[in-house]
Write a protein that binds this ligand. Structure first.
Ligand SMILES: Nc1ncnc2c1ncn2[C@@H]1O[C@H](COP(=O)(O)OP(=O)(O)OP(=O)(O)O)[C@@H](O)[C@H]1O
Length: 305
């Protein structure tokens, strides 16, 4: 369990995080979302004691990270994948960490295998691609088999196969009862992975809730309907109170708001109008994110915090 309470961090005149409070529960994947510069990395750094807060607390299982002996056994973190000594091999890097944290050497092979780097174990990290560095960072986080895991933008640099793998890994870690906290500035990366979301903008909390609850905040969700009889269906759905727009180029695609897919199907069936496609809008999560964070995007506003 991660608990952040009234957390504030100022760097000179910049307030990176302000009065931030939220909880991250075990057994779930929690996405930590916000536009660039929202304060995500700062919060994660405060959580693992790399920086000291100006005010408030950040605790892991009730204790500040600094108070946890043999840190890697309690919390695993991937922060900056580039921040690793490039002259060492992957195995030497992990072995040194295992030794300093009192972990058995067998964990090194286990995590190298887990992240798909076993074949590259004896290569120097300096020659690794960004994706390989991300995998090594994830191996480092997993080394101590910790109950709490933090990942800062872990998907950066991964290829599509890597993205699928990392999603599966997060889900599995959560299913094992661990607390999995993953930052991203893209909702699309989180919508298929996270159970819960913590959304921040300009260092302040915007939302902390389940993905389902978050999605319900967005602009009314829409339903896309493909039909060979768009004019007739538009009239019927409009009469039911829906807003209907026609999508070019063929004109057979309608975007309906204000009426659910079930009712649209019933209306079409009653009037013997054929439907070739009926899809509830999945863009609503992205829309909710954009809407909620629109006022807090750092670049382009020029407002002081
Ligand atoms: N060491 C520092 N010194 C001064 N300002 C900093 C420092 N670290 C972060 N900031 C500022 O604090 C704010 C939050 O930055 P942070 O890196 O935490 O955001 P982020 O949400 O992780 O962004 P991104 O998605 O771009 O990584 C930014 O305005 C940033 O410029």
């Amino acid at each position: 369990m991660i608990e952040v309470n009234e957390l504030t961090k100022r760097y000179g005149g910049t307030t990176a995080v302000k009065d931030l409070s939220f909880t991250v529960r075990p057994g779930r994947v929690t996405g930590f979302l916000g536009p660039n510069g929202a304060g995500k990395s700062t919060t994660l750094r405060l959580l693992i004691g790399l920086n000291r807060p100006t005010g408030g607390t950040a605790t892991i299982d009730g204790r500040p990270f600094r108070d946890l002996p043999r840190g890697l056994r309690h919390v695993g973190a991937l922060l900056d994948a580039h921040d690793i000594h490039g002259g060492r091999t992957a195995r030497a890097h992990l072995s040194a960490l295992a030794r300093s944290n009192g972990l058995p050497g067998s964990r090194v092979d286990h995590v190298l295998d887990e992240v798909g780097l076993a074949a590259a174990a004896r290569r120097r990290i300096g020659g690794f691609s960004l994706g390989m560095k991300q995998r090594l960072g994830i191996a480092t986080a997993l080394l101590g088999d910790p109950p709490v895991l933090l990942f800062d933008e872990p998907i950066n640099g991964l290829d599509p196969e890597g993205v699928l793998w990392v999603r599966g890994l997060f889900r599995r870690l959560a299913a094992e009862g661990r607390t999995v906290f993953v930052s991203s500035h893209l909702m699309s990366e989180m919508e298929n992975t996270a159970d819960d979301l913590v959304v921040i903008g300009r260092g302040q909390l915007i939302a902390a809730e389940s993905v389902t609850e978050f999605a319900a905040r967005g602009t009314r969700s829409n339903v896309t309907v493909r039909t060979p009889d768009p004019a007739a269906l538009t009239d019927l759905l409009t009469a039911e109170g829906a807003d209907v727009t026609t999508r070019p180029p063929a004109g057979d695609l309608l975007v309906v708001t204000g009426l659910g897919a079930t009712r649209i199907g019933e209306v079409a069936h009653q009037h013997r109008i054929r439907i070739n496609e009926l899809t509830t809008g999945s863009a609503s999560l992205e829309e909710a994110f954009m809407e909620l964070t629109a006022d807090s995007v750092e670049y382009g506003t020029g407002d002081p915090r």
